[in-house]
Design a protein around this ligand. Structure first.
Ligand SMILES: NC(=O)C1=CN([C@@H]2O[C@H](COP(=O)(O)OP(=O)(O)OC[C@H]3O[C@@H](n4cnc5c(N)ncnc54)[C@H](O)[C@@H]3O)[C@@H](O)[C@H]2O)[C@@H](O)CC1
Ligand SMILES: Nc1ncnc2c1ncn2[C@@H]1O[C@H](COP(=O)(O)OP(=O)(O)O)[C@@H](O)[C@H]1O
Ligand SMILES: [K+]
Length: 499
């Protein structure tokens, strides 16, 4: 507890310093009855000793006794939260330079209740200058990321020992702000246990991203067959094919109507066009913008051919209704929340119970796992945080992107990037001593890592592209154009720092 509260106090000092509000700063801690409240009070005691004006709102009659004693001994003021005074206390808290949310921690069952709920709801409306959550925002489930409202959105969360799964999964991650990890000596133990939810780092990405060797030729680098677009959604084909070409695949073979092919080939003359059979490919991307009988038939034919030849498939949008009864793990589905709800509704096990988009958005970790388990496929669920689940339950979470990426066509770009990576990685994934094996994953879980790489590259491309416009808005085309730079810089960073 001492290491946790010392780490929390240090971060608060640093943040106040950065905002030039350190001298005589007002600090308010909201303290619940468990250890989380204890951490908050011990941290506030340290801040009081540094000369800050510290106030604690005690949300329970029996808060951590030693922490409370330390806090009052350091000169902190206390107020008790009681029926009827929540709003008044909220107004007082909102004037502080920083509010530390230490109401509930990892031991909480359910969310804030009664007066605490009222206090937090009022504070959420008043928006204090800076909110720092102790370990996790109170009301967020540490294991699932599910949220019991109301929650006080944090500007940053100082979390102890390890980044909880609930901080890497929406909606919890969306309440946590920037996450800062404070080591408390249990890290080795957590590593040995194996993480519940993983995140690929820049170095992980650099280690697995495909790089052509000197003897490479276009066929050895992976050929991607693409059935995308339709007369109605021609742009999806244009974007996914061009994104696949930019993400480094050896060749893209586009299969579709001549009208769409004309549009596809204009910005991507590198692609080849076939109206029906594209010849040999290493992987398929099916479904982005696929609509209408003719193009759906092409996607269905390609899906059947892929299944027979045991080739990897990225199944997006229109292909999500063309899945076999049981997919292999090298079929990667890329639904957004609405599409995942529809997909789950079509499965025999859930057929009777309607799953809505809201359900998926409230419990994405639960539903992405369920979809992977029941389809047998690897499932990538798109969103501000993108989750990827393997059928055995390994989950990756990537959230490198920016909200500017919530724009039409952004998902088609992701599909193209993923298709390109799958076509290039099909061999590397199988190797016993290759880069994917070194991530410590079983062969069937490695496709989830490939998908996580694509999500990360896509997110990073969005951030890089937006930076080109001083942090301004994005088009899908702008995200796509930044993909080679992201891959280039990840490779360069890996070469610079690898062991
Ligand atoms: N190894 C560890 O576990 C460490 C834990 N630490 C801190 O300890 C916290 C976990 O401590 P606790 O297990 O005491 O958990 P909490 O601080 O979440 O408190 C749980 C207590 O609150 C009550 N409670 C549960 N749900 C409630 C609800 N919805 N509304 C009101 N009261 C509720 C319970 O009866 C219990 O007494 C972490 O978040 C972290 O801050 C740190 O000190 C570092 C080490
Ligand atoms: N708020 C957000 N923050 C970051 N990325 C987002 C956000 N919303 C959506 N995205 C990303 O943008 C893409 C949207 O894909 P999708 O919903 O399929 O759109 P479209 O079909 O129009 O291309 C996904 O990769 C998703 O992860
Ligand atoms: K908390």
């Amino acid at each position: 507890m001492q290491r946790a509260s010392y780490g929390l106090a240090q971060v608060v000092v640093r943040e106040l310093k950065a905002r030039r509000r350190l001298a005589g700063a007002g600090v308010t801690v909201l303290a619940g009855k468990g250890n989380n409240g204890g951490d908050g009070l011990f941290a506030a005691a340290l801040l009081a000793r540094r000369g800050m004006r510290t106030t604690a709102i005690l949300a329970a009659a029996d808060v951590h006794p030693e922490a409370l004693a330390a806090f009052t001994a350091a000169g902190g003021r206390t107020f008790r939260l009681e029926p009827g005074n929540a709003e008044e206390l909220a107004v007082m808290c909102a004037g502080a330079d920083v509010v530390i949310d230490a109401l509930l921690g990892t031991g909480a069952r359910g969310g804030l209740r009664d007066d605490s709920a009222e206090l937090v709801a009022s504070l959420q409306e008043l928006r204090p200058r800076l909110v720092v959550a102790c370990d996790l925002p109170s009301g967020v489930d540490a294991n699932t990321g599910e949220v019991h409202w109301p929650v006080l959105d944090a500007d940053m969360t100082v979390t102890f020992g390890g980044i909880k799964a609930g901080l890497m999964t929406d909606p919890g991650e969306g309440c946590a702000g920037r996450i800062e990890l404070v080591p408390i000596g249990i890290e080795e133990f957590l590593r040995a246990e194996g993480p519940e939810v993983r995140r690929m780092t820049a170095l992980d990405l650099g280690s697995v991203l495909p790089k052509p060797g000197r003897r490479a030729h276009k066929y050895s680098r992976g050929v991607l067959g693409v059935v995308a677009g339709s007369p109605r959604f021609a742009g999806a084909a244009v974007l996914s094919v061009h994104a696949a070409a930019l993400a480094g695949t050896g060749m893209v073979r586009y299969v579709g109507p001549e009208s769409a092919a004309g549009l596809v080939l204009a910005p991507t003359p590198e692609a080849l066009w076939e109206s029906e059979d594209p010849g040999r490919v290493q992987a398929w991307l099916l479904g982005s913008g696929v609509d209408g009988e003719e193009q759906v038939d092409r996607a269905r034919t390609a899906a059947a051919a892929a299944l027979t030849a045991d080739l990897p498939v990225v199944a997006d949008a229109g292909a999500l209704s063309l899945l076999p009864d049981r997919c292999p793990p090298h079929w990667i589905l890329t639904p957004h929340a609405g599409e995942l709800a529809t997909l789950l509704g079509s499965l025999p096990s859930t057929g009777e119970v309607a799953v809505t988009r809201d359900d998926v958005e409230s419990r994405p970790l639960h539903f992405v796992r369920q979809a992977a388990r029941e389809t047998g496929a690897t499932v990538l669920l798109k969103g501000a945080t993108t989750l990827v689940a393997s059928p055995s339950g390994v989950v990756f979470s990537q959230s490198e992107g920016t909200a500017w990426m919530a724009t039409a066509g952004s998902g088609d770009v992701l599909a193209g990037v993923l298709g390109a990576l799958v076509a290039q990685s099909a061999e590397a994934v199988k190797e016993d001593d290759g880069a994917y094996a070194r991530l410590g994953l079983n062969p069937e879980d490695r496709w989830a890592a490939v998908a996580a790489v694509a999500a990360s590259v896509h997110g990073r491309a969005g951030v890089l592209a937006s930076a080109d416009f001083a942090g301004g808005p994005l088009t899908a085309s702008a995200i796509m154009a930044a993909v080679p730079r992201v891959i280039g810089s990840l490779n360069a960073e890996y070469d610079r720092t690898r062991p």
